[in-house]
Design a protein around this ligand. Structure first.
Ligand code: CDT
Length: 303
């Protein structure tokens, strides 16, 4: 067996006035808790350094860019890297990335994977950007990811780290079966994901009571159908008047939830994940090389 002790470090709300230093201090505290519980890898949420700013329409580009990082590690995030090195704990972190070149600027919803020596192992830019790109004043709050971010062009990658093959995804990616399959086809044994999920979905409010169900439904199916561990971590609770789903969880390759957060605040849940358990699924029921029929799946890859 190949056991990896993983911590899912849910964050409670981050207000608009909260500084990056304050958010990072909360994450450093969770890393110390994690160390005391034998954790080797901590997963933080999507856009973990600030409030979930796509809920507001801003015309002033400087106001938008204030939520973005031009460099990571930078002054505010350096303590996360220092703590990783000091404790020998790796982490996944979601943040808004601004690539500020001389003649162009790109903005992505990004996550990085950092090892226990404080080195960046991998970077992922969100592929499935939800929401809308124009201001829609009829909504009680906006979801302007399509306005503020470009979709990642690198797609889904995996990295050799923490004794296994690791993939990353971000929030809305978890609702798409292609995310898991692209990672699994590259051997991912573990998918790490952060999310900010409003309970209220303005276009289809009759689904509001299903947010928790859909969250787990897609990830449990994705874990099982691809035989991999899934670690999914929320920014939760009432943030600037918007209720965000909690229920951060660790899901085994059999699709079972083996650990789940029970609050809407800063909370660490842990589980010792045996990466070899992926074989129970991938050598048998979903043995890709034996049973897949890609010659019949062409439509899936067509626009
Ligand atoms: N952050 C993010 O991707 N949130 C979406 C909200 C629903 S679509 C407006 C999600 O899939 O959880």
């Amino acid at each position: 067996s190949r056991k990896l002790m993983i911590g899912a470090a849910q964050l409670g709300p981050i207000t608009r006035s909260e500084t990056r230093d304050q958010a990072v201090a909360r994450m450093v505290a969770l890393m110390h808790q994690a160390k005391a519980r034998g954790v080797e890898l901590v997963v933080f949420p999507e856009l973990a350094l600030t409030t979930f700013f796509p809920r507001w329409y801003f015309e002033d580009q400087d106001a938008i860019d204030a939520f973005f990082e031009r460099e990571v590690p930078g002054p505010a995030t350096q303590p996360l890297f220092d703590t990783a090195r000091e404790l020998g704990i790796g982490f996944y972190l979601g943040y808004a990335e601004l690539v500020d070149a001389a003649d162009s600027k790109q903005r992505y919803n990004t996550s990085i994977l950092v090892d226990g020596a404080g080195h960046i192992v991998g970077k992922y830019r969100k592929v499935h950007l939800p929401g809308h790109s124009e201001h829609e004043p009829w909504r009680s709050f906006q979801h302007l990811e399509k306005r503020y971010f470009e979709p990642g062009q690198e797609g889904f990658e995996t990295w050799q780290a923490f004794g296994g093959t690791v993939g990353m995804a971000i929030c809305n990616d978890r609702r798409w079966p292609e995310t898991y399959r692209m990672l699994a086809l590259q051997g991912a044994e573990l998918m790490l994901l952060g999310y900010n999920t409003p309970i209220h979905y303005p276009p289809v409010p009759e689904h509001d009571h299903l947010q928790g169900f859909h969250n787990h439904l897609c990830m449990q199916a994705g874990a099982y159908q691809n035989g991999m561990w899934v670690v999914a971590v929320a920014k939760a609770g009432r943030e600037e008047g918007c209720e965000l789903l909690g229920q951060s969880c660790i899901i085994s390759p059999t699709g079972e939830i083996v650990a789940m957060a029970s609050t809407l605040g800063d909370e660490l849940i842990t589980y010792e994940c045996d990466l070899d358990r992926t074989k129970e699924i991938r050598d048998h029921i979903f043995n890709f090389s034996l049973h897949r029929r890609p010659e019949l799946y062409g439509l899936i890859a067509k626009p």
